[in-house]
Design a protein around this ligand. Structure first.
Ligand SMILES: [Zn+2]
Length: 256
């Protein structure tokens, strides 16, 4: 299974428009982060987790033009804002793309992109079928890949993470319930969010909290994503990480 990090940035991306913060002004490409999303590839099957407002450019930049399913963690703009742009892929592949998410998230997508579903627009719009994942025990199978939805807290909002075989992707977590921690045993790779060093944030974890969670879950390797600019420069932050913990960056490819 091949994982491509299409974006590893926070809700505003890095650089932030108009910011004079040194990380936003950094010339290192690893300090430039589009909104967080990954592409998973297995036997020519392509799964996307989250489809933020940078989706179009992310697909062009990574030279991908196929998708077989989209899994959405939650309905905030940085995770769904690019859904209308899947229409080029629907047209090219001449098929409907299934979108998986919580019932609340699907309702939100239908409201936000209402015009896609209007009768007189249907022939040229993105073709999406929706699949609810409110039952966390519901396991999906895609090309022999076992995909388990995970219950994650994002402040007071329940959202989804995903375990796919021995890989798990969790973004925007403020807390991970004990039942979910148990579902994360035996991982080869965990991807988890990090926002900043301090102060504490109500809906996302800080670096110390992320490192503590990784220790609790104890995957073989962990990559941090959804990285805030105030965490610091990529090179400096990663240097101080414990062994087998890495800071993800846009364009990073890993094999699981
Ligand atoms: Zn969010």
């Amino acid at each position: 299974m091949k994982i491509t990090f299409l974006g590893t940035g926070p809700s505003q991306g890095i650089p932030i428009i108009g910011s004079r913060h040194p990380v936003c002004l950094s010339k290192n490409p690893k300090d430039k982060r589009l909104r967080s999303s990954i592409l998973i590839e297995q036997n020519k099957i392509y799964l996307l987790i989250d489809c933020g407002p940078d989706f179009r450019y992310q697909m062009l930049r990574s030279n991908h033009n196929k998708l077989d399913a989209i899994f959405i963690t939650h309905e905030h703009h940085d995770h769904i804002g690019g859904l209308d742009d899947i229409r080029s892929i629907c047209l090219k592949m001449n098929k409907e793309i299934p979108v998986y998410g919580l019932r609340r998230t699907i309702k939100n997508i239908k409201e936000r992109f209402f015009y896609i579903f209007l009768n007189n627009y249907k022939s040229i719009a993105s073709k999406i079928s929706f699949h609810e994942l409110d039952n966390y025990k519901k396991i999906c199978f895609m090309e022999h890949l076992k995909i388990i939805p995970l219950f994650i807290w994002h402040g007071i909002l329940p959202i989804l993470g995903f375990r796919i075989e021995n890989f798990a992707y969790i973004t925007d977590a403020s807390d991970i319930p004990i039942q979910t921690i148990q579902q994360l045993k035996g991982l080869d790779i965990l991807v988890l969010n990090v926002l900043r060093k301090f102060p504490k944030h109500t809906s996302r974890i800080t670096i110390l909290e992320s490192l503590k969670m990784i220790q609790k879950i104890s995957p073989k390797k962990a990559y941090l994503t959804h990285v805030g600019h105030i965490l610091g420069f990529h090179e400096e932050i990663e240097k101080n990480f414990p062994k087998n913990i890495y800071l993800a960056y846009d364009g990073l490819i890993i094999n699981v």
